[in-house]
Ligand binder design. Structure first.
Ligand code: ADP
Ligand code: MG
Length: 246
């Protein structure tokens, strides 16, 4: 089942008297439960695409569908609801609240929703998430007492708190060393398997691109390659593209 679909999406930004074509006719489908990397060099359009999927920005033309609904047709209220109930976000700069403990940071999104879970349910779920990302010992600490990798673990738990069906992460490892980067992507993959959450992360780091099971490579605002890594292992290669050409 497709959870995110882009159909011939273009995005143009005005730049003085001219314009920048950031995304030029991008089409791809992400299935529910996929673990996707949007890969490409700086300026290739990764953030623009993630921002359109996250409803932070809108396409100039083409369609961005979430759960088969064209996001262009949604009201501001529906977008707010979608962002709160369907989407979770992880940022390269972690964006934790410095005065709150690890536990409180993860709990925070659960205090905002209308149908917030009961206190005991909330505690159980937050404890579970913190344990799952390996931070039980740190739950009463503040973000500035943690390493970058540990902060990103908190951000992963926080993004999952509201049980979103899609977690978006724009270059989540940009501020981490290579060993920590791999560990963070592996943790996201573990959470993807356990909770069946769809993850979409962007990166320009070749070492972590292939940890994903679905790779969408961009170049200059266009899709260069779109393939499933398990199919590469089985020797099937870039299925999507072959199918389109057939
Ligand atoms: P990436 O995330 O892969 O580095 P971006 O999506 O940020 O790429 O940018 C794609 C292109 O669009 C780049 O040429 C960038 O300079 C341009 N761009 C991105 N955002 C804006 C903006 N707000 N105004 C003008 N140009 C932009
Ligand atoms: Mg970017």
């Amino acid at each position: 089942m497709s959870i995110v679909q882009l159909v011939d999406v273009h995005k143009t930004y005005p730049l003085g008297k001219t314009e920048v074509q950031a995304v030029k006719g991008v089409t791809f489908t992400i299935e529910k439960g996929d673990f996707v990397s949007i890969a490409g060099p700086s300026g290739s359009g990764k953030s623009t695409i993630l921002n359109m999927i996250g409803c932070i920005d809108t396409a100039t033309s083409g369609q961005v569908l979430i759960n088969d609904v064209d996001t262009a047709g949604l009201t501001d209220r529906q977008i707010t609801k979608l962002r709160h109930e369907v989407l979770g976000f992880i940022f390269q700069s972690f964006n934790l609240i410095p005065v709150l403990s690890v536990f409180e940071n993860v709990e925070f999104p659960l205090l905002l929703g209308k149908d917030a879970p009961s206190r005991s349910e909330r505690y159980r779920w937050v404890e579970f998430l913190i344990e799952d990302v390996g931070l039980s010992k740190w739950k009463d600490h503040k973000p500035n007492e943690l390493s970058g990798g540990q902060r990103q673990r908190v951000a992963i738990a926080r993004a999952l708190a509201t049980k979103p069906s899609i977690v978006m992460a724009d270059e989540p490892t940009a501020n981490l060393d290579s060993v920590t980067s791999q560990a963070i992507i592996e943790l996201m993959k573990k959470m993807n398997r356990e909770l069946e959450t769809t993850f979409i992360f962007s990166t320009h780091d070749p070492d972590i691109i292939e940890i994903a099971d679905h790779v969408i490579k961009l170049h200059d605002g266009q899709v260069l390659e779109d393939y499933k890594t398990d199919e590469v292992e089985r020797g099937l290669g870039a299925l999507t593209q072959d199918k389109e050409m057939a």
